[in-house]
Design a protein around this ligand. Structure first.
Ligand code: ADP
Ligand code: ADP
Ligand code: MG
Length: 474
């Protein structure tokens, strides 16, 4: 087994990886920027390494990170999620530097990172994909309109190398097509340095169903059941459930077989995820493959009893998968709620600051993956997710109830969080019944926004008006 691993990440996932290392008796090296000096991952790692004064650049610099790994005598690098985790160049450089990359081969990352290439490969292998196009950049507007008409509105424009819900635009008619295409291209260039944009048929009110894949280096590939990630805001997941509360075992079997076939077609190794859209008629379509550990891997861990990060490390170390598909069964239902430091009543604006009180939820079948603590100052430079609350129960109903209990118990003071909003979702009858699709949050947003904060702002408005009136009188 590896003696020491470098973690090319920060925040909760760095902490999660350190825990997996400790469980396996592996030493860990945490890299950090100056802005992350007080981060929990530094306190927990065996060794720390200042990667850059800049808050972002160090985490995104393959050469600096490889140098850090060499200097600290590491044998492998775990990239976590985000940052360089899906950067094929980084993965290649790691291998060329004779370090082990804890993830799939860089060629697989490159192929699956391009949504068009991925779609093409899947189609060749008989995997159903959403009707769509190749990149539209080299066509004139007339040809683009023709393709859209052929597919039929609404369509969805997507950046070929997109991720995190960015570079996506839904287009309802031809008059919006060109302006949306230009906007999508600009966003793609800004975020992904590649402005290739293609289109797909926009599936109305689908569920987002994804299968967790585990594959060793010797052709053994299984799936660890599915997650329903339909609760999304602006194409970003907020709540994830495993297994899907509404899927029949027949459909699960069918989709599972296709997910494994997709992973095999991609020559996939290590942990990865095949994402599908599932429509009203139970027709499903390959959407993309994520070549890294997902934010929501914890719900799969909870229902399968498998440590996914530990498995990633063991597979990268050359272990043969000692699990067959028939070994994989769900123990109840797990739900994850992402707790973000955001002002939900102000368009979910990030709300970094000092944590003045922190009481995470506890009790049976409640898990919190986080990196914050009382007195910690959340830096403003990174993602606003500060904790993942994961619960498990024997049925979906009981899992929602437990999530509700745990959210009410979870106290974070000093910054505004998504907790009150998440509580409202738990109390919503459609959510409780499992009646939701990817449009659920956008449609119900107003009714789910917490009243309390609204009252506070109303009160402030009343006081402000009164004060203003007083000044006018003077
Ligand atoms: P997924 O479940 O597919 O990871 P997400 O919406 O969570 O979907 O993430 C999309 C992209 O944004 C991924 O590249 C992921 O690594 C990154 N990302 C999401 N949340 C975070 C976070 N809290 N910190 C860093 N990167 C994140
Ligand atoms: P990302 O790489 O940003 O995760 P995805 O291609 O996975 O992008 O899409 C993100 C989300 O956008 C999906 O989970 C789904 O809610 C929505 N979406 C993507 N493609 C379609 C489609 N063809 N029809 C309807 N919704 C879609
Ligand atoms: Mg996706």
């Amino acid at each position: 087994m590896f003696r020491r691993i470098l973690i090319a990440n920060r925040g909760e996932i760095a902490v999660r990886i350190i825990r997996a290392c400790n469980d396996l008796n592996i030493e860990s090296v945490a890299i950090y920027s100056n802005a992350d000096r007080d981060s929990l991952h530094l306190k927990m790692a065996t060794k720390t390494y200042l990667i850059s004064d800049d808050p972002i650049k160090g985490y995104l610099d393959p050469d600096l990170i490889i140098q850090a790994a060499k200097e600290t005598d590491c044998e492998a690098i775990h990239p976590g999620y985000g940052f360089l985790s899906e950067n094929a160049t980084f993965a290649r450089k790691v291998v060329q530097a004779e370090l082990v990359w804890i993830g799939p081969n860089y060629e697989v990352i490159e192929n699956m990172g391009d949504k068009n290439k991925a779609r093409e490969l899947m189609q060749k292998n008989g995997i159903p994909i959403v009707p769509g196009s190749d990149p539209l950049n080299n066509l004139d507007s007339h040809s683009r309109a023709k393709i859209a008409n052929k597919i039929g509105y609404p369509i969805i424009l997507k950046a070929s190398s997109g991720g995190g819900g960015r570079g996506i635009r839904v287009v309802y008619n031809e008059s919006e097509l060109e302006s949306s295409f230009e906007a999508c291209k600009r966003e793609a260039l800004t975020f992904f340095k590649n402005d290739d944009v293609f289109m797909e048929k926009y599936i109305q009110n689908p569920r987002h169903i994804e299968f967790q894949i585990l594959a060793d280096n010797y052709g053994n590939t299984i799936h660890l059941l599915e997650r329903d990630c339909s609760i999304q805001r602006r194409h970003q997941k907020l709540i994830e459930i495993a297994p899907s509360p509404t899927m029949s075992s027949d459909l699960r079997r069918k989709m599972g077989v296709v997910a494994v076939a997709a992973a095999k077609a991609a020559k996939y190794t290590n942990a990865g995820t095949v994402e599908f859209l599932l429509d009203d008629d139970n027709k499903f379509y390959f959407m993309e493959m994520n070549t890294r550990i997902q934010v929501e891997h914890g719900v799969t861990e909870e229902i399968t009893g498998l440590d996914l990060i530990g498995r990633q490390i063991r597979i990268a170390n050359g272990e043969i998968l000692d699990l067959a598909q028939s070994d994989i069964h769900a123990q109840g239902y797990a739900i994850e709620a992402r707790i973000n430091a955001e002002d939900v009543n102000n368009d979910f604006l990030p709300n970094p600051g000092v944590i003045t009180a922190y009481y995470p939820a506890l009790g049976p079948f409640v898990r919190v993956d986080s990196y914050i603590y009382k007195g910690f100052k959340i830096p403003p430079f990174y993602d606003s997710m500060i904790a993942k609350l994961i619960v498990r129960a024997t049925s979906y109903d009981l899992a929602v109830q437990k999530l509700n209990r745990a959210l009410n118990e979870f106290k974070i003071r000093g910054v505004k969080t998504t907790i009150p909003f998440l509580i409202n979702i738990c109390n919503d009858k459609d959510f409780r019944r499992g009646h939701f699709d990817t449009s659920y949050l956008e449609e119900k947003l107003q009714s789910l926004l917490p009243q309390e904060t609204k009252d506070e702002s109303d009160l402030i408005a009343v006081i402000a008006t009164a004060l203003a009136a007083q000044f006018e009188e003077q």
